[in-house]
Design a binder for this molecule. Structure first.
Ligand code: GRG
Length: 303
């Protein structure tokens, strides 16, 4: 199977799991234990709008590479995509970045209104944890591994992780770029949600400490490179390919890597990090072929 076929297979697994966990609610037949139809539609609008599905793909691929049970990994992969999608919905709100387009469509609040966009994000976040806990109960023989995986996801998505990064990102608008502050923002806003799937996979599969550390190093380098590339795409990318407007960082006075060191140095830094990410995989040998393919593919991404 080629890398792209394998990627598509993981995305297929994820999307089937999302459909299983969050099916459309039938308005004609509301039930006491069902999610209200309008809320469910708002959650599904952003969740089922495509996107690269990078985080769940990393979780499924790392779990398989480590010889873990992929059945146990499907719900954590879906939960992580729910958390990522909630963060995008909230990031697009008027009180934050106030964006009109995401994943090639009008943003959630443009379609459902601000109130329901907030609720759709809250709903996805809360439901993700409901799914993670339910999954740990569903596989009692690996309860500890699954709870540790859920803990790793909660921790990296939380107030010392992605939310902390987002807070500093907002507070740093229109400030003079500063390398230490920028690294903190990138580490937490972006890299934490890329190490989360790798660490979660390591816990599900019962990997040892050296394997966990190598995966964390890979995730960190991928995360920082991914964010630098995102900043570069905002300067040089094509809105049609990205599915969102470009040039917004400069307009909002965001602290970014190109603003700190210039476009050419940012490009160089990203290339070095992609190389470092691949070096971190050496302990896995040929088993890491998919993750090498991932790095090779992502470093040239246009969307
Ligand atoms: C609101 C708590 C809270 C956090 C928001 C995700 C985020 C943090 C902000 C969005 C803006 C941004 C550039 C974040 C950095 C992470 C990032 C590059 C997100 C976009 O992820 P992709 O490219 O998106 O994987 P798709 O749509 O492909 O899933």
């Amino acid at each position: 199977m080629t890398y792209l076929e394998q990627y598509a297979q993981y995305v297929g697994m994820l999307e089937a799991e999302l459909e299983r966990l969050l099916p459309e609610t039938d308005a004609a037949c509301p039930q006491e234990d069902a999610i209200p139809q309008h809320l469910c539609a708002a959650m599904r609008y952003s969740l089922m709008a495509g996107g690269k599905r990078v985080r769940p793909v990393l979780l499924l691929a790392a779990c398989q590479m480590l010889g873990g049970d992929i059945e146990q990994a499907k719900t954590p992969a879906a939960a992580l995509e729910m958390i990522h999608t909630y963060s995008l919905i909230h990031d697009d709100l008027p009180g934050m970045d106030d964006d009109d387009y995401r994943r090639g469509r009008p943003t959630n609040h443009k379609v459902y209104g601000v109130g329901h966009a907030i609720l759709a994000g809250d709903g996805l976040l809360n439901y993700a944890y409901e799914c993670l806990l339910g999954n740990a109960l569903r596989f009692p023989r690996n309860m500890e591994g699954l709870v540790r995986a859920a803990d790793a996801i909660a921790n990296r998505a939380g107030v010392r992780g992605m939310i902390a990064g987002q807070s500093l990102d907002l507070l740093s608008e229109h400030m003079e770029p500063d390398a230490a502050r920028l690294l903190y923002i990138h580490t937490h806003k972006t890299a934490d949600l890329l190490t989360a799937p790798l660490l979660a996979a390591a816990y599900i599969a019962g990997a040892d400490e050296a394997q966990r550390d190598a995966l964390c190093r890979f995730g960190f380098c991928v995360g920082i490179a991914f964010q630098i590339d995102d900043d570069l795409l905002d300067v040089e990318g094509e809105a049609a390919l990205l599915g969102k407007q470009t040039g917004m960082d400069a307009q909002r006075g965001k602290m970014t890597w190109p603003a700190l060191v210039g476009v050419a140095a940012a490009r160089e830094r990203s290339a070095r990090l992609w190389d470092e990410a691949e070096e971190a995989l050496s302990i896995f040998g040929e088993r890491a072929a998919f993750l090498h393919g991932f790095a090779a593919q992502m470093r040239t991404r246009k969307s």
